[in-house]
Every structure is written in C-alpha cells, then in structure tokens.
Design a binder for this molecule. Sequence first.
Ligand code: AHR
Length: 497
Amino acid sequence: MSPTTLTLHPSYPIAPVDPRIFGGFLEHMGRAVYEGVYDPTSRHADDDGTRTDVLNALRRLDMTAMRYPGGNFASGYHWMDGIGPKNQRPTVRELAWQSLEPNQFGTDEYLALCRKMGWTPMLTVNLGTGTPEEARNWVEYCNCPPGTRYADLRAANGHPTPYAVPLWCLGNEMDGPWQLGHVPADQYAIRAQQAAKMMKDTDKSIELVACGSCGVGMSTYMDWDRQVLEYLGDYADYISLHRYVGNPHNDTADYLALTNAIDRQIEEMDAVCRFVQAKRRSKKRAYLCFDEWNVWYKNMQMDGEGKFAPHLIEEVYNLEDALVVAGFLNSFIRHADVVKIANIAQIVNIIAPLLTRGDDLLVQSIFYPFAMMSTRRTGTALRVAVDGPGYESATNGYVPYLDTSAILDPAGHRLHVFLTNRNLTDPAEVQITLAGHTFTTCESADLLTGPDAKAANTFETPNVIVPRPLDTVRVTPAQTTCTLPPLSFAALTLQIQ
Ligand code: AHR
C-alpha cells in the first residue's frame, strides 16, 4: 500500500478549536443520573452523594459544556420539582421514558456537580409541556442576584451567589413527533421566540441554542431549520443538530466511511444558517451546536415500565465504534469554523463511555478517542491535505483510508495530529509535513487498536481496547512518519520550531 502524505501549512487555518466541542450530556434517563453520577448508597459516594469513581473517570475526559437535564426528558420536566428540601420534592411519573423520577437530583445538585468538575453548565428548558415564562423563571433562579422571587428562592435554598449559567437550549428535538409537546416548525418558532425574549430580558449575557432538525432523515429537514432561524432572528446564537449512527448491516468499511455523512450534515446545517443570515441581511450568524452525537443502534430498550432508574439503552461499545467516535471528533475539528459546541450523548450508563454495575465501573472503548483528543484540543485547526489510497464504500461514497484532523497550539510550538486507519487489513504508512516549520521531537503518541473490529472491554476483561504508546513514530526536521496498524486510531503531539 502506498504511503499517505499529510501536508499542513500554518497559513491555512480553519479556526480556533472551541473547547466546547468536547462537551457531554447528562439526562434523567435510565441510570445516567441515579446509579450513574449520583448514588448516595454507593461506597464511592462523596458527601454530595455523587460517585467519585465515575467522576474521577470523567475527569480524564476533560469535558467542557455539560448539557442537562435532557433530551426528551426535558420536554416534560418542571424544574421547580427538583429544588428545595429533598424530602419535600415530588416523585413524578416521567413520560419521555416511562420511568419514576424522584427529583432527588435537580438544578442545585447539577450546578454543584458542574462546579466540582469544571464543566460549563448548559440547561435545556421545557418547551414541550412547559411555558416560556417557566423557562424565564429558571434563568432568574440560576442567574440573577437576590432581590426577586426566584433568585430569592435560590438563596433560600442555600445558594445566594448566582450560578451564571451561560448556555440555554430552547427545548429538545421539537421537530420529532415522539417529543412531548411536539408542534410544527412555525409553532415551535413562536414558542421559542417568546421564551428567548423573556430569557434574554432576564439575563442578556446568556447564549441560546434553537432546536434544529434532530436528524437528516426527518421529513422537515432543512425547512424546519430555515423557518426557525428566520423567525427567531437574532435570538438564535446556535442551532442544534443531532446524529446517532450504527453498523446494523455489519459493514465495517461503510460504517467507518460515515465521516462523509457527518461532514455533509454539518455543511448542510451551516448552509441554512448562511442562507438565513443572507436573507435577513443580518450581521448575526447562527453557529452549530451538535448537542447530541454518538454511536447508538444495538440497545433500543427505551421503555422504563414505570420503574426507577431502569436499564435503558446501555450500549456496549467495541473497537469500530471507537473509531467512529474519533471520526465525529475529526469532523468537528475540520469544521472548527462552524461547530462551536458539541455534546457526546451521553456520559454514563446511557449510550456512554462509562458503565456502572453495582459499585464497579467499566471504561468502554469510546472513552479513549475522546480522552486522546480532548487533552490535545488547544489551538487552531489546520487544513490537512491528504494524499493517499482510499476506497469506495457501500453507501457513504469514497474516502481515503486515513481520516485526519490537526491542531496547531496557540504558541506554535506543538502540532497535534489525529489519524484513523480505516483499512481493515493493511497498515497505513503516514508522512506528515508542516510548511515553514521543522519537527524537533515527538512529545507523545498514543495508539488505540484491538484484536478485531468487534473487540470490546467487559467487566471481566476491561483492558482489551485501551491506548498504548505508538512506537513507530520517526521524527526528522523535514517530516514525521509513522505506521498505523489496520483498524486503529492514533493521537500524536509533535514539537515543532
Ligand atoms: O440521548 C437519548 C435521546 O436521544 C435523547 O433524550 C433525545 O434527545 C434523543 O432522541
């Protein structure tokens, strides 16, 4: 197989990488909150009832924006059920997932967790069964100084200092007929505009995410987004997009070529943002908030059957899933000029990098590409000219075997390069050059691979898919080379002059 050359040039930047693309998502669904981040009965629980083993693992992902409380859950959630003395909070029948919600974890617990973890809070208001005014009241509860009703309530609950929640989502997947309170685009736009106005009137510093199309297969795809953006006008700082992918036909080559489809979805959503901006002759451009993304297709158990913390969509991830997760992140970096926020869905138990079983914790394969990239995220994304062999996939078109992205650190002393070898059988020889710079040394190089595409970590064998040092990196002043095994992902940090 001929080598693949990656040619980079610092004069061809895409944009600074927004750290918020390494965000997460915590929903009141299944065992994400209860038995996930929060479990006062666990031997790992701290004084707040949060699980230190889960949080310590999440720390390694260095996540940024943390979306909460849903998801579909948000469209039936009344935030006032989840504040105040815990023994006075109602247990409610939760309709999105047909579960029991005891409200023992709510706004103040979530914001304490964000503070503990260094996460940027990102709240989704209820525009399904809730009202625009209820959404506004939540902004007051979270962000306003004491002196008015809801801010005083927060102070009375022991939190006099405002939380300054900067990011608010105007509902969730409101284009989906499954959504509680789903309405057509024009009606959602009116609801969202009413909420947005009152929310920004309450705190003008907040940024708002309008609900965009939740999937490319929706019959209203693009029209929904156009209508919503046109009506919301300057109130929409971002528009959301979601994507869950899978390999139901067991075609690994096609699955790994999904990066084409992700690139395309981003470019289409950006096109509608630019269209509306141009049509409105506005200086304001909405950017993209990819606030749910992941692999999800194996476990579709979504009915909680009236139970508390039921086992829902606890997906088990393998090597090929981890490579697809790396593909999502590569795509976000390649589109750093338009994707400003992204949230992997989700963080624990629900389609997540972490699984709990009693007091045990399993780190799944998809944890690692996220960690390998998140810890190398600072800087400006560079265009990467890829010249090398590729293949025609069954449904996703032609792709080079190598999927890549690159980040130049702000001081220009380091180059981070991310490489996925999608070749199922052959290694990839890689040659990297950076115009105007010489390479001095390889600071770190991590490799994620495994015995086969379906290999996965289990509670019994937790170290099947874990990163190891990549020992094939050779650095000369003019170029860096390395060899990647088939079906692998590598993250390199190269020092440069
Ligand atoms: O992440 C699980 C669910 O998927 C979310 O609640 C919903 O927004 C999406 O359909």
